[in-house]
Design a protein around this ligand. Structure first.
Ligand code: ATP
Ligand code: MG
Length: 301
């Protein structure tokens, strides 16, 4: 059997719907699905490959946008990024979403809810942030915070966060039925990698703006967060909106993997450019006849 058969990365990284994910068994420094041809310098190969995947993503995105603009399609794509602090959500957004046309992107970060947001159902602010037809949305954190931080810090009673799994599944089912393709990615880093990244932020004064002393306190809840992630990924990995766990200690693998997952999701949509609703030959004739600027010149009085 050949080593380099094209693999579907989604099959390798997907949390099987109905199964139970064990994050402890997934190596955050691993590179699952990386082809043999990546060779001895996989960083060089993945960086080069990311450029060509990026070109494909931009082309898919343009067709998505064009279809909506022509009124032919209501389709949209939503990338949901979740990770522990320093897990690389910002870097992935920059490197992967950054390959597409900024005009067709809708990037939203979810922080601590405002008093107004807290006065509504937890999905209220998420609904308001969804991409419209033709757009690629990126959620930097998401509605999953409401079963992660909300659970770990007991912001709501257990009965409340438990029933959110089903609410999330219903919400995502409705979205997919209405033309949204959802790609949910957990960037999986190790406790040690997080320490190293926090230290890098401390070492570099130009990174101090990113440093949050509370992140060090949050490390004390690492196990609780991993449990909360395991349950969320297990309960909310569905056929229509599966979760993918991307080992993220190695940034070059992380970016290549997320870009590849997106390209696979786009390819399923088989997006084509909409046909023009005009007669090309007639338009050519009109264009050829429109050669004299003098005729159109505005004469000043
Ligand atoms: P970085 O990784 O670069 O630090 P970040 O995503 O942590 O970026 P911050 O603005 O530092 O961005 O943090 C956002 C904070 O908002 C996180 O601590 C997160 O847990 C919190 N948060 C997000 N959603 C909710 C929610 N629904 N309820 C409570 N807290 C939330
Ligand atoms: Mg933070």
């Amino acid at each position: 059997m050949r080593d380099d058969r094209p693999v579907n990365l989604r099959d390798i990284l997907r949390v099987a719907p109905g199964g139970r994910v064990d994050l402890g068994a997934i190596d955050p420094a691993g590179t699952p699905g990386l082809p043999k041809k990546a060779g001895k310098e996989p960083k060089v190969w993945t960086r080069r490959e990311l450029e060509s995947i990026g070109t494909d993503l931009a082309s898919h995105q343009e067709r998505l946008y064009a279809g909506a603009k022509a009124g032919h399609s209501r389709r949209r794509l939503l990338l949901v990024l979740q990770a522990m602090d320093c897990g690389g959500k910002d870097g992935t957004t920059k490197k992967v979403a950054g390959t597409m046309n900024p005009q067709g992107l809708h990037i939203v970060s979810f922080g601590k809810p405002s008093p107004e947001e807290l006065a509504h159902d937890f999905l209220w602010r998420v609904r308001a942030a969804l991409p419209i037809a033709g757009y690629v949305g990126v959620f930097n954190r998401s509605h999953y915070e409401d079963v992660l931080v909300a659970r770990v810090h007991e912001l709501v009673a257990p009965a409340v966060w438990r029933e959110r799994y089903e609410k999330i599944n219903q919400f995502e089912r409705d979205l997919t039925r209405n033309g949204t393709t959802i790609v949910k990615v957990m960037l999986h880093i190790s406790f040690e990698e997080q320490r190293a990244r926090i230290e890098q932020r401390l070492d570099d004064p130009t990174k101090h703006w990113k440093y949050n002393p509370a992140d060090v306190d949050e490390r004390g809840y690492w196990t609780e967060y991993q449990e909360a992630y395991q349950d969320a990924l297990t309960e909310c990995s569905t056929d229509y909106a599966p979760w993918y766990v991307v080992p993220a200690n190695r940034k070059w693998y992380r970016d290549w993997a997320v870009a590849t997952l997106l390209r696979e999701a786009f390819a399923d949509l088989r997006l084509t450019y909409p046909e023009g609703d005009f007669d090309v030959a007639a338009e050519r004739r009109r264009l050829a006849a429109s050669t004299s600027p003098a005729k159109h010149r505005v004469t000043r009085r």
